[in-house]
Design a protein around this ligand. Structure first.
Ligand code: FAD
Length: 438
């Protein structure tokens, strides 16, 4: 029987394992932490599981929704698109709720003439064919070829840049517009034009349902197993995985291996055998993000006013209600350039939360409210901002990985950093690696 391993138990690894199982292929899933989930992982607050990473599920997330249905048919709840930002000293609401014409006109106003002129053809291309709204699609590769010599900050003008583009890039890439490129913006744009729900009982329920699949003999989840190296086994020609489990260093041999690690982490484990591939993988940029979820005694938000994005002068990029019925639960997100200078992995979570509260208190009911509990997470390689002419870099990486026959790499840097894009990339990897079997 063929032995197959997936390295990395985040959503990319889970998706890879799922698609392998759909083909009746048994899989060992290696995860260095003591539980799976990676950047969609949850933490408990007052006995309730809350999501720190990816949790908003677009109406267009067909692959992820199909996966959830096949694991266990879990319920979704409305999340919507309801935020606001400070423009010329005034709080301006941006929402997909309420009058459609009014919201469209407001969006056009925020974009400005140049913004509409540049973005409209891209939006139209995605609406016409949803498969274009990812990294490395034909349409956006063409944009990359012609426009990635400048960043988004050079490609677009004000007011579009500050009012539309920056709130999106700091949220989805952890990066400023001058750190992102037009050819990669399609994967963001597809998310902006989608509308959102979240799993009613959070991502934890989904992870539980997936782990229940280990009862099927084809899935073996190896938590606490950190992969440290990959090499070609000289005797069998198969792939040898070196890993540590506790204090023990061991190896295991596989016929095929899928990496579902972020590029930066894959670069570490292939550095010894494929240094050129490793160097290319390091060109893919990741930026840090800190997320705090704080429970207050009384409501912080109103149902009609549930979030706010902040400009580049603040380390707080966004403060929003955790869910439409969780107006007393604030998710503070710190990303972008200012946050990188003010917050690090050594920051005291309480200090970071106080910083967020000081900024958000001007707009929401925080000052005289009591903080009852909080949970906090800092992810140093939190969000992927890719690279200029990213599709070319991906092609070069694949070429440099070729000598390791039977090995393929998926992850958030292949099709984009959304949960759906991770599913799409994983499905394509499995098809590529195993298409010959069917
Ligand atoms: C704060 C935040 C909010 C987000 N919000 C949304 C959202 O609302 N909607 C959406 O669609 N997307 C969202 N995203 C994006 C989405 O969550 C991520 O793109 C996605 O979770 C990435 O999954 P991954 O499996 O590729 O990587 P990861 O989740 O990073 O998984 C990699 C896994 O590999 C493990 N690992 C690392 N090194 C090794 C090793 N050597 N050996 C074995 N295992 C190893 C790690 O522990 C980890 O579990 C958000 C991301 C963040 C950070």
């Amino acid at each position: 029987m063929m032995r197959v391993a997936v390295v990395g138990g985040g959503i990319s690894g889970i998706a890879s394992a799922f698609y392998l199982m759909q083909r009746n292929i048994a899989v060992d899933l290696y995860e260095s932490e003591d539980r799976i989930g990676g950047r969609i992982g949850s933490e408990q607050l007052h006995g309730r599981w809350l999501d720190f990473g990816g949790k908003n599920i677009g109406k267009n997330y067909v692959l992820f929704r199909d996966f959830v249905k096949k694991c266990r048919d879990l319920d979704y709840e409305y999340f919507g698109f309801n935020t606001s930002q400070l423009i010329g000293g005034k709080v301006v609401r941006i929402s997909k709720e309420g009058a459609k014409l009014f919201n469209t006109l407001r969006f056009i106003g925020l974009c400005g003439f140049d913004g509409i002129l540049k973005l409209y053809p891209h939006v139209r291309a995605i609406i016409k064919d949803h498969r274009q709204g990812v990294l490395n699609s034909d349409y956006f590769n063409n944009i990359a070829e012609h426009h990635d010599d400048v960043s988004l900050a050079g490609y677009l003008k004000e007011p579009c840049l500050s009012q539309i583009i920056r709130p999106v890039t700091v949220r989805m890439n952890g990066a400023e517009p001058d750190e992102c490129y037009p050819g990669n913006f399609g994967s963001n744009l597809a998310l902006v034009i989608d509308s959102y729900e979240q799993l009613k009982h959070g991502m934890h329920g989904m992870l539980d349902a997936f782990q229940a699949m280990t009862k099927a003999p084809s899935l073996n989840i190896l938590t606490g197993h950190k992969v440290t190296s990959l090499s070609r086994d000289q005797v069998t020609g198969s792939i040898s995985i070196g890993y540590t489990h506790g204090d023990v260093q061991e190896t295991a041999i596989y016929d095929r291996v899928i990496s579902a690690l972020p590029a930066i982490q894959l670069s570490v484990i292939v550095d010894n055998i494929l240094p050129d591939a490793s160097a290319l993988l390091r060109q893919i940029k990741y930026y840090p993000i800190a997320v705090a979820i704080v429970k207050y005694r009384r409501n912080v938000f109103m149902k009609t006013h549930r979030a706010m994005v902040f400009d580049q002068s603040f380390s707080l990029s966004n403060a929003g209600a955790y869910g439409i019925n969780d107006l007393d639960l604030v998710r503070y997100t710190f990303s972008g350039r200012t946050s990188r200078t003010e917050i690090s992995e050594n920051s005291d979570p309480e200090d970071v939360i106080s910083l967020g509260e000081k900024i958000a208190a001007q707009y929401f009911n925080i000052k005289d409210n009591t903080r009852e509990a909080f949970a906090y997470r800092y992810i140093s390689e939190g969000l992927c901002a890719y690279s200029p002419k990213h599709y070319r870099l991906l092609g070069n990486i694949d070429k440099k990985l070729e000598p390791l026959t039977g090995f393929i790499a998926t992850g958030d840097y292949r099709r984009g950093a959304s949960i759906e894009a991770c599913f799409r990339a994983a499905g394509e990897c499995v098809d590529k690696l195993f298409g010959d079997l069917n």
